[in-house]
Write a protein that binds this ligand. Sequence first.
Ligand SMILES: [Fe+2]
Length: 253
Amino acid sequence: MIRLLQFTDTHLLADPSATVRGVRTQASLEACLAHARRRHLPADAIAVTGDLVQDDPQAYGALELLFDGLGAPVLLIPGNHDVPDELERRFAHEPFQVGGTRVLGRWVIVMLASWYANAQDGEGQLGLAELRRLEAALEAHRDRHVLVCLHHQPMPMEAAGLDALGLGDADAFMAVIRRHPQVRAVVWGHAHQSLDVFRGNVRYLCTPSTCMQFKPRDPGFVIDDRPPGYRVLDLHDDGGIATEVVWLEGYRQ
Ligand SMILES: [Fe+2]
């Protein structure tokens, strides 16, 4: 079995005590990591699926310190609030890996960048190069189970505001997924809430943020009263997945 922990939408700021929508993002991430250390580590890999910083690349320094030394490779992808050039420069060393694929036992993790330069307002797009890379990874690993990670939701979240900021080329992405039955699950962040649904045999999972959450199925961006969270994924050799969202119930900053 492979254990993967997913942390997403950490939204760190250069000032460690600064807040996003009233939440001190570094403190809430530290609380999530402390919880994971007590309950869910060691892991085989850690995925951090975008919006690592709130637009300020200076905050990558804190992220680097917090995710180093957890005893597992840390797989990173950019979200709409990231600065990809700076992300790649900063994390070009072990235990970090930006994008790419990672083979873990019977599984392959494919990390996709849905950040794109011409976004108007936080929406995402994989683009032809990233879609081709996905297709090539799936062709190369027909004999393994596959978990795909990206930042933006590839399907509607039934929330008009968020759905306007989804994955622009979701149809093309879904077409690739449908052609490759070894894909077991697709996981993302961006929507700051939990979702766990099946389409065909593929499980689609949205993971809450390590800071603040949006109210599910609300047309605007109303802040939910849910605490910070992260996801545990236990990936079994037969392709089965046991997963849960871990909420930091009772968290007070
Ligand atoms: Fe985002």
